[in-house]
Write a protein that binds this ligand. Structure first.
Ligand code: NDP
Ligand code: CA
Length: 318
């Protein structure tokens, strides 16, 4: 006896030459670390029972399995080894996890270990060529934020796809640090993509499509966002495609109420190489009414961040 799940619909985009028959489904989601939700977040309008792991784990798995993404990028994972990895492995996913060096979860009594970023992919669709964990630096000084970068090869088309998941430093006042971390990630991605041996056809490596999913903790006007939008990697943000002009980010990807007030903002993104990938469809954001007056998390949704889901296709090579 809990409220029904939030029902969301895909918006199909008509740009390009029609949707492909087998797009790649990608999910980006900050699932809310169990230790942070119960111990540090102060979601004052969310009942403690709704925050229990025994309830939340089913809602998290239900959300993932509703959409069955081929690529699943998660932040604030503090139940990787005991829940997400074993359950999703049984469903055909392979994965890599990188904990934060000094996770704030460790300050919470009864914690389940550090939180971190996890990257899952459907083994029937992709083979993993390489995966690295990266500690993001700012002005060459290592920070508490990380990324997982995995080089995949599509089993049916043979095409390569480089996928990264990250979670940048939170809170206001740290815009400069997010910008530095984002620049470090962009530079490391460029290096990884260039260092990787060329494909069987000797394709130039700048042709390897890139996907960067993350909780950037940055609104679209922030420097780190502008750096991603303007980088030489040719990245575009998939959720802009939901807007009428195709150029505007959604109004929110997270919506919560803390003692300091209501926080409704866009912080999460799916960046993709616009020269080699096309967005076929995007999962709508729930309406304010669907989210409800007490916002997130709630008995019907387990995180304060909404999942971002889109279908992408490789563009035909010229
Ligand atoms: P961040 O500032 O990046 O935030 C950590 C988490 O807090 C995020 O998951 C974030 O969620 C959440 N958060 C954001 N805003 C709030 C808020 N207003 N109230 C509660 N939670 C919020 O943290 P860092 O990674 O920089 O880690 C900082 C913590 O790490 C310190 O507080 C300390 O506990 C620990 N630490 C310990 C060290 C040691 O030597 N032992 C060294 C360094 C850090 P979201 O992204 O969803 O906004
Ligand atoms: Ca959080």
């Amino acid at each position: 006896d809990r409220p029904p799940r939030i029902h969301r619909k895909f918006t199909f985009l008509s740009d390009g030459d029609g949707a492909s028959s087998s797009p790649i489904r990608v999910m980006q989601w900050n699932i809310l670390a169990q230790a942070l939700g119960e111990g540090l977040d102060s979601f004052i309008k969310c009942p403690m029972e709704a925050l229990s792991w025994s309830r939340r784990k089913y809602l998290i798995l239900e959300e993932i399995l509703t959409y069955r993404p081929h690529i699943l990028c998660l932040q604030e994972v503090d139940h990787y080894y005991d829940t997400l990895q074993p359950v999703l492995s049984g469903l055909g996913y392979s994965s890599n996890f990188c904990p934060k060096p000094w996770s704030p979860c460790l300050d919470v009594e009864g914690n389940n270990g550090p939180d971190g970023c996890a990257l899952f992919f459907d083994q029937s669709r992709f083979e993993c060529l390489d995966s690295v964990s990266i500690r993001l630096s700012a002005m060459r000084i290592p920070t508490n934020q990380v990324a997982v970068v995995t080089m995949l090869r599509c089993r049916s088309t043979g095409r390569y796809l480089c996928v990264a998941v990250t979670h940048l430093k939170a809170r206001s006042g740290w815009e400069w640090l997010r910008s530095a971390q984002g620049s470090d990630l962009l530079r490391q991605l460029q290096n990884l993509v260039q260092k990787h041996p060329a494909g069987p056809m000797g394709a130039p490596l700048s042709d390897i499509p890139l996907l960067v999913c993350g909780d950037f903790n940055a609104v679209p006007t922030e420097e780190v966002y502008r750096r991603f939008a303007a980088s030489p990697l040719g990245l575009n943000s998939a959720y802009k495609k939901l807007s009428h002009d195709g150029l505007t980010e959604p109004e929110y990807t997270t919506w919560k109420i803390r003692p300091t007030g209501e926080c409704c903002s866009t912080l999460d993104y799916i960046w993709y190489s616009q020269d080699s990938l096309r967005v076929d469809s995007v999962l709508d954001m729930p309406t304010e009414e669907q989210i409800g007056p007490n916002r997130l998390p709630s008995f019907s949704y387990p995180s304060d961040h909404l999942s971002l889901v889109c279908d992408l296709s490789f563009k035909e090579k010229e």
